[in-house]
Write a protein that binds this ligand. Structure first.
Ligand code: UGA
Length: 430
């Protein structure tokens, strides 16, 4: 078993640390935020992520998982240092590597000569080479290895995605180092792709952008379906049986959001521009995604006869997708805020409402009950696909609304049944 340091305890870092401990390694996870570290030591998990609390508790109890303040504290005896710090979108679309650089320069002189620095954070192609340069400038031993080991975790299912991944990708020019990194995962049954660092870094972007492309594609098909009276749900089903296409990521909605697909799409576009390639297809994907948010705002407006001013609008769902408490770049949040900006009297409920601070969504009243938001509302917009919304009592919802209208931006509900209950029901692409 190996000694592993994980730098950064966000979604990726915390999942990586807990899962590597689960696989039997001795893991020290570091964060700069002392208060967060203190909470993690008590097993308090700051994010909503299935199975993570149990795994962290297990790691702490079995002493295979420790939390410390600062990277320096974590890396001293480490054979592997996983970089899981933020790489936010910079001003012109490119990924901002300053946190990665700061950590590498800080830990470089402290690393054992046979240590391997592994990037988990999504970093632009060429970053492994830059890390090697920063390490050498910082005085690290020249034997210190650098590898790229991108993650493919989805929020909400991150633990499962780590322990039962679709593939493990390791990019490194030195095969012996790649073999050492792959050995960390020897108990994980998954295809292994060993390649050079640039290809591994590219696999991450190409995968996320492909997923983004699938979503924009089906959102475009949905717009056409609406106009020609076809049902996009059946269209996606009929397409998805073809294994070359697959059914996943063909759910139309308010567009993709979150901290990954939008950021990675912008970053790859920037990389393409940097080499003088106009990635028209990706520009289209991003444009369609922005338009999809307008499309949903337009649907609510149309449901209200063209004007939202002074009208009570109920919103269900604010997170960027279900089963997460993440609001970053959430289409639902933007749509709710825009309806309020247009003068709508917007009241929103989300299963994580309790954690949403007042004023976080400008102009929107946050409620902690799905029924009260609907009282006297003229339309209900369902913007995030939380499963619990399917099981609510729609008879009482209809009775409490001023006019029973639903814009179901996730095609989550049963339109036939709702129409039967008297709702004016509008889905996406149906
Ligand atoms: C995404 C990728 O799916 C992961 O493989 C990757 O590891 C991760 O980014 C990352 O780079 O860290 P995540 O952002 O957690 O994961 O969420 P997704 O499940 O991919 O959803 C992204 C957005 O697309 C959400 O807004 C979701 O509602 C939307 N979406 C997804 C659709 O509109 N339709 C679909 O069919 C699927």
């Amino acid at each position: 078993m190996s000694r592993v340091a994980v730098v950064g305890t966000g979604y990726v870092g915390l999942t990586t640390a807990a899962c590597l401990a689960r696989l039997g390694h001795d893991v020290v996870a570091a964060d700069l935020d002392a208060e967060k570290v203190a909470r993690l030591r008590k097993g308090e998990i700051p994010i909503l992520e299935e199975r993570l609390p149990a795994l962290v508790a297990e790691g702490l109890e079995e002493k295979r998982l420790q939390f410390v303040v600062g990277a320096a504290e974590a890396v001293r005896d480490a054979e592997f240092v996983f970089l899981c710090v933020q790489t936010p979108q910079g001003e012109s679309g490119e990924a901002d590597l300053s946190a990665v650089e700061a950590v590498v320069r800080e830990v470089g002189p402290l690393l054992a000569p046979d240590a391997v620095v592994v990037t988990k954070s999504t970093v632009p192609v060429g970053t492994a080479k830059r890390i090697a340069r920063w390490l050498s400038e910082a005085g690290a031993a020249h034997e210190v290895g650098v590898a790229s080991n991108p993650e493919f975790l989805r929020e909400g299912t991150a633990v499962r995605d780590f322990l039962e991944p679709t593939r493990i990708v390791i990019g490194c020019e030195d095969t012996a180092v790649a073999v050492r990194v792959s050995d960390l995962y020897r108990d994980v049954p998954a295809p292994l792709v060993v390649t050079d660092a640039a290809s591994a870094e590219m696999i991450k972007y190409a995968s996320n952008v492909f997923l983004a492309t699938k979503i924009s594609y089906i959102n475009s098909i949905a717009v056409i379906c609406e106009a020609v009276n076809a049902d996009v749900k059946d269209v996606a089903l009929g397409m998805g049986y073809d294994p070359r296409i697959g059914r996943d990521f063909l759910n139309p909605g308010p567009g993709f959001g979150g901290s990954c697909l939008p950021k990675d799409s912008a970053a790859l576009l920037k990389t393409a521009a940097g080499i003088g390639y106009d990635f028209e297809l990706l520009r289209g994907v991003i444009e369609v995604n922005a338009r999809q948010r307008d499309h949903v705002v337009g649907k609510v407006r149309t449901a209200l006869g063209g004007d939202v001013r002074g009208r009570k609008i109920a919103v269900w769902g604010l997170t960027y997708k279900a089963n997460t408490d993440d609001l970053r770049d959430s289409p639902a949040l933007e749509i709710a805020a825009r309806l309020a900006e247009e003068g709508g009297d917007v009241h929103a409920y989300d299963p994580i409402s309790g954690e949403i601070a007042g004023g976080q969504v400008p102009g929107v009243v946050i409620a902690d009950d799905p029924y009260t938001v609907c009282e006297d509302a003229e339309v209900l917009a369902l913007l995030t696909e939380w499963d619990t919304f399917r099981w609510l009592d729609f008879r009482s919802v209809a009775a409490s609304m001023a006019t029973p209208r639903i814009v179901d931006a996730r095609n989550l509900l049963d339109g036939v049944e709702l129409r039967h209950l008297g709702f004016d029901y509008r889905g996406i692409g149906r």
